[in-house]
Design a protein. Structure first.
Length: 147
């Protein structure tokens, strides 16, 4: 059963991470990973800061959650992210076997659903559109600032 209020609460935390990325001139994507109602990882994009194209918010959070929980499989966890994961991140989510993925804004250009809709683990549940308006607005503000 989906608890919309809980999903929105954790997505607001992911949005806070995205705002930190925005302030650091990174593409504003934020992520939190939750296990049994406890945040075990939080991250935002660090590609510019680290000069690493793989330093997406999801990748950073998965690494942090695995270290925090002491194992590579995150089967009891939910990943909240402000933007639909790309194929690379979705692949990592699949390998980590996350129970759920909740994202805000869809990504028609680079999102995993366009290129690899079956890349997630077969048991992973997906919820999309949580606080989508706020996630989209932050992204639009960022790119408007860049122009």
């Amino acid at each position: 059963m989906v608890d919309r209020a809980k999903d929105e609460r954790f997505m607001r935390m992911a949005l806070q991470e995205a705002k930190e990325a925005f302030d650091a001139d990174e593409i504003p994507v934020g992520t939190v990973i939750v296990c049994k109602d406890r945040v075990v990882a939080r991250a935002h994009n660090l590609t510019e800061c680290l000069g690493d194209v793989t330093a997406h918010a999801e990748m950073q959070a998965i690494t942090s959650a695995a270290a925090s929980l002491g194992g590579k499989y995150l089967t009891d966890c939910t990943l909240y992210v402000t933007l639909e994961p790309c194929v690379m991140c979705a692949g990592a989510i699949g390998w980590a076997q996350l129970a759920r993925v909740v994202f805000g804004a869809g990504d028609e250009k680079r999102g995993y659903r366009r290129f690899a809709p079956h890349v997630l683990h077969s048991k992973t549940e997906v919820e999309c559109g949580v606080l989508a308006g706020e996630c989209i607005a932050l992204m639009k503000d960022f790119f408007a600032k860049k122009r």
